[in-house]
Design a protein around this ligand. Structure first.
Ligand code: PMP
Length: 287
């Protein structure tokens, strides 16, 4: 594969793109990111992702990113040159590469931020086999830091969680803190009981999913009740249905939790309906 990627103002073939070994994301995970999905060659929920990017940067005292229109143009150009019909655009901003390693933040006047974007081509993203089958999750302890609302590139524990799931023959892990589910390794977690969707309320404990916000809005429009509250893994195991949401999986049905089958072990009707509504509405609003 030789994609065109974007690094600090330049479009380059991926094997010519370079970032310093002193970059603070490499040395200290001092960077934030966003992932925007592409359907029909257009960007899904782009405004939401950029709003969250701004918030992540503010929370970490990092300089403002390039203007909205400039970032939109870079996203669109990468989608165009790499011919992405279905896939993702990954954006990362770091606190830049100072002259030497130092715990103190560098002066942004002399150390500009590093901006990197690349695409991931994923034909069949909307029609994925996983969505037709549903996924299996296990529960693991949540040992991440206390500011999970900031979308940083500190993804080691989520990666470890994913490996724990794979080792257990599952697809993903739901993390549990003080007896309550926080979220999946790279997604928000939900169960459905009757006509009610339950998911953890927003706080510093979870990432404020852009897909989550859209899906909860559509759920209310579809006359489903939404409860944003703490829940245990046992409550989820006892549910009629469960699902996860993220920019790369949209609404993905969960059919098994810690070896316990939900319903008849196939994706639930409501989760499937939410996926359809999300995809339909997102395509309409894509830019
Ligand atoms: N929680 C975590 C920990 C995540 O990494 C992600 C996806 N990056 C999400 C939730 C879902 O967020 P979004 O819907 O904005 O992709």
């Amino acid at each position: 594969m030789n994609r065109t990627v974007y690094v600090n103002g330049e479009y380059l073939p991926e094997d010519e793109a370079k970032v310093s070994i002193f970059d603070r994301a490499f040395l200290m995970a001092d960077g934030v990111y966003e992932v925007t999905s592409v359907l029909g060659g257009k960007l899904i929920d782009f405004e939401g992702h950029l709003a969250r990017l701004d918030r992540s940067l503010i929370e970490l005292d990092m300089p403002k990113p390039p203007a909205f229109d400039d970032l939109l143009e870079i996203h669109r150009e990468l989608v165009r040159v790499n011919e992405i019909e279905e896939g993702l655009v990954y954006l990362q901003i770091t606190r830049g590469a100072p002259a030497d390693r130092d715990f103190a933040f560098p002066d942004p006047e002399t150390t500009p931020a590093t901006l990197v974007l690349f695409t991931q081509n994923k034909p069949g993203l909307a029609n994925s086999a996983a969505a037709q089958k549903g996924i299996k999750v296990i529960s693991i302890e949540d040992v991440r830091w206390g500011r999970r609302d900031i979308k940083t590139v500190q993804l080691l524990y989520p990666s470890m969680g994913k490996m724990m799931a794979k080792k257990a023959g599952a697809d993903d892990a739901w993390m549990v803190q003080d007896g309550h589910v926080t979220e999946g390794t790279s997604n928000n977690a939900y169960f459905i009981k009757g006509n009610t969707i339950v998911t953890r309320a927003l706080s510093n404990d979870i990432l404020h999913g852009i897909t989550r916000a859209a899906v909860l809005r559509f759920a209310k429009e579809a006359q489903m009740q939404v409860e944003e509250r703490n829940f245990t893994i046992d409550e989820a195991k006892d549910a009629d249905e469960a699902f996860i949401t993220s920019a790369s999986t949209f609404v993905m049905p969960v059919v098994e939790i810690d070896g316990v089958t939900l319903g008849d072990g196939t994706p639930g009707a409501r989760a499937q309906r939410l996926r359809e509504i999300y995809l339909e509405e997102s395509r309409k609003a894509a830019i």
